[in-house]
Design a protein around this ligand. Structure first.
Ligand code: HDD
Length: 694
């Protein structure tokens, strides 16, 4: 339990003396008394109890023992997957009723704000790993609805690696660090992952997504989210409609380039967490639209794939998206452990009116999540932890167990009963509200033949991308496979690519300098040519917006004050945030004689953390900075990461040293308008000049 309410406010002395006479510093102010967990006030939190000043510590010291014991048990097992994550509170607001399709009030009551807690995560790395590896991002939303919790536990990719939950432990064992050597951390670029997926043709569509720019997002605020599986909606009449759920970021989708993602790992381990924290605390609340794809059993029968197969999307040309609401994240958690770490999602948490489909991946998930929390959170009462507890009343006859926080009253803990009037009873309002499905009478460990086409949608995905994205995908495959030591695994992977797109296979084979192109992987279901699905792209779906983007201005002693002020004002007006970077945190005296402090020191604030940069320097300062590699890297990386660069006359020497060329993304610092236009997007046309892509 948390410390009980402070009994009195006390003003500790500015310093205090331990028994040995040494001074302890206090920061001042008025504070409640420090107590043990039993409420006993503590007079000395600096020294353990000894029988003589230099003697051994006494076992009697219950204050020391309680404090150390608690500390020893502070860590809990991290999540087996999605261990690294960041989360925020917010709300979901329905803008369009789905009453025709569902009785779930969260989807029928327009204008009602349902509180949510949303956690984003990477999949493979441990809790202490970095934010920006190439990885799928988890996108889990807990809706605290008036009818109980609804957990939509999705990812930022609309498909998955495997079709059946029984393969999940194999997939995860393959992608996590290899068990004999304990590396690599948070990376799929190693033999066991590619060995596994190259033996699982069903993973090929997901591999296309995983090797695309989607898995190196710029910000958690610019990722999409997908519920992936088909769910069922059930209306008052018990009629059922299939639904797929999509989250679409208000800021549009944005990704990094690979070299930038790699450098971000060293610049800031917490890049995505910090970005989300800073946006929310600045009142710049991230927002997503919730859209649904709705379709009937009969419509599903006509799809050229099986919608119960989680390795497939339903292209928007077949079933368009209907926007039904919005989610706004407007409050950072008060405490990381209590909320972000202890939150427990479970796809089986659905209110009446939402039901499951027979997707075999979803069916397995319905079991796994509750089970994992029993060991992760230590017992069956984790639903009472504040972040997990429903915000509507809940009552049943489940009792006792580790860490029971409730104090149930009365003698009745069973049902049926007649001894007490206020015991909870079944209600016709609640579950079951399951959909009935035709039963084909077959029971067995079978995979439906409608799940057999592994290549058509992988081909559709690749061919739908813009040319630079195709090049990134090919280069990502070359990068990952170059880390694979076993030649036959590399060859087997390329043999699948031949079934997806022969030109892609040839590019990757050439990137690996393979002596010969392997034969296509044998398949009974060769790829069909589906129409392109433009919705899978990132380029073209990035919004040319300044809102949500951050501009870094590099300056030093003697920089032109007027220019810096102009750029700041213009950026601010356009909705971008600005951070000032200088060789020293104290900044320097500008041309107007006033001192301007920096937000970040150059050595610790490389340009990778910005979306665009401006360099405003006096001739002397630029000359000095030619001897500072961090300054040259600042400009050079902005150039190779395809970012807009504004520079004044003084900064030209630095641009020259950084080998910055000419293009519409490089502008004069005097022209704030041109700079902001360029800063709202990436300079894709520059890429062939700075990178040899596969
Ligand atoms: Fe899972 C966590 C998403 C398949 C078993 N999963 C977890 C989280 C997300 C997903 C976002 C982190 C939740 C959080 O922030 O706490 N998982 C997915 C998606 C899947 C998927 C989108 C496929 C469509 N997962 C999946 C399968 C199984 C699991 C097939 C097991 C049969 N997932 C788990 C888990 C985790 C988990 C082991 C680890 C921690 C937790 O549940 O709470 O139970």
């Amino acid at each position: 339990m948390a410390a009980s309410k402070p009994r009195t406010k006390s003003a500790p002395p500015a310093d205090s003396r331990g028994q040995g006479g040494e001074l302890h510093q206090h920061a001042g102010g008025t504070h409640p008394p420090l107590t043990t967990n039993q409420g006993i006030a503590v007079a000395d939190n600096q020294n353990s109890l000894r029988d003589t000043p230099r003697g051994p510590t006494l076992l009697e010291d219950f204050i020391l023992r309680e404090k150390i014991t608690h500390f020893d048990h502070e860590r809990i097992p991290e999540r087996i997957v999605h261990a690294r994550g960041s989360a925020a509170h917010g709300y979901f607001e329905l803008t369009r009723s789905l009453e025709e399709f569902t009785r779930a009030r969260v989807l029928t009551e327009v204008g009602v704000r349902t509180p949510v807690f949303t956690r984003f995560s990477t999949v493979a790395g441990g809790a202490g790993s970095v934010d920006t590896p190439r990885d799928v991002r988890g996108f889990a939303v807990k809706f605290y609805t008036r009818e109980g919790n609804w957990d939509l536990v999705g990812n930022n990719i609309p498909v998955f690696f495997i079709q059946d939950a029984i393969k999940f432990p194999d997939l995860i064992h393959a992608v996590k660090m290899e068990p004999d050597r304990a590396f690599p951390q948070a990376a799929s670029a190693h033999d066991t992952f590619w060995d596994f997926v190259s033996l699982m043709p069903e993973s090929m569509h997901m591999i296309m997504w995983a090797m695309s720019d989607r898995t190196i997002p710029r910000s958690l605020r610019t990722i999409e989210g997908f519920g992936i599986h088909s769910f069922r909606l059930l209306n008052e009449a018990g009629e059922s409609t299939f639904a797929k759920f999509h989250w679409r970021p208000k800021l549009g989708i944005q990704s990094t380039v690979w070299d930038e993602a790699v450098k971000l790992q060293s610049a800031d381990n917490d890049f995505h967490r910090r970005d989300l924290f800073e946006a929310i605390t600045a009142g710049d609340f991230p927002e997503w639209e919730l859209a649904v794809q709705l379709f009937t059993e009969e419509e599903a029968e006509a799809f050229p794939f099986d919608h119960l197969d989680s390795t497939k999307i339903i292209p928007e040309s077949l079933v368009p998206l209907t926007v039904v609401g919005r989610m706004v994240l407007d409050r950072w958690p008060d405490n990381f452990f209590a909320e972000t770490e202890q939150v427990a999602y479970c796809p089986a948490n659905v209110p009446p009116g939402i039901d499951f489909s027979n997707d075999p991946l979803l069916q397995g998930r319905l079991f796994s999540y509750l089970d994992t929390q029993l060991s992760r959170l230590g017992g069956p009462n984790f639903h009472q932890i504040p972040v997990n507890a429903p915000k509507c009343p809940f009552a049943n006859h489940q009792r006792d167990g580790h860490m029971q926080m409730q104090v149930p009253k009365g003698r009745v803990a069973y049902d049926p009963s007649s001894l007490q009037d206020d015991t909870p009873r079944e209600t016709p309002e609640g579950f079951p509200s399951h959909a009935t499905t035709p039963d084909d009478g077959v029971k067995g460990r079978v995979r439906a033949s409608s799940f057999a086409d592994h290549y058509s949608q992988a081909r559709m995905f690749f061919r739908s991308l813009e040319a630079p994205e195709q090049a990134h995908l090919a280069s990502a495959l070359v990068f990952e496979l170059s880390k694979v030591e076993t030649a036959k695994v590399r060859e087997r992977t390329v043999s699948h690519l031949r079934n997806i797109d022969d030109a892609l296979a040839k590019r990757v084979a050439a990137g690996l300098a393979m002596p010969a192109l392997p034969d296509p992987a044998p398949t009974a279901t060769p790829a069909q040519d589906f129409p392109k699905a433009p919705e899978v792209r990132v380029i073209g779906r990035t919004k040319d917006l300044l809102k949500g983007r951050c501009i870094g201005i590099l300056f030093d002693e003697g920089s032109d004050a007027g220019l810096i002020n102009n750029l700041r004002k213009a950026a601010d007006k356009a909705g971008a945030s600005v951070k000032l970077v200088a060789p020293k945190l104290g900044g320097g005296k500008l041309s107007d004689g006033k001192t301007l402090a920096a937000d970040g020191q150059l050595a610790g604030t490389p340009s990778v953390v910005f979306d665009a940069v401006a360099v405003v320097l006096s001739n002397e300062a630029a000359k000095r900075l030619l001897k500072e590699s961090a300054a040259i890297d600042f400009v050079a990386n902005a150039w190779v990461h395809l970012k807009a660069i504004a520079a004044d006359e003084g900064a030209q020497a630095l641009l020259k040293a950084a080998r910055v060329g000419n293009d519409p993304g490089v502008v004069e610092a005097e022209d704030a308008k041109a700079f902001l236009t360029a800063a709202a997007t990436r300079q894709w046309a520059r890429e062939p000049k700075v990178r040899m892509l596969a």
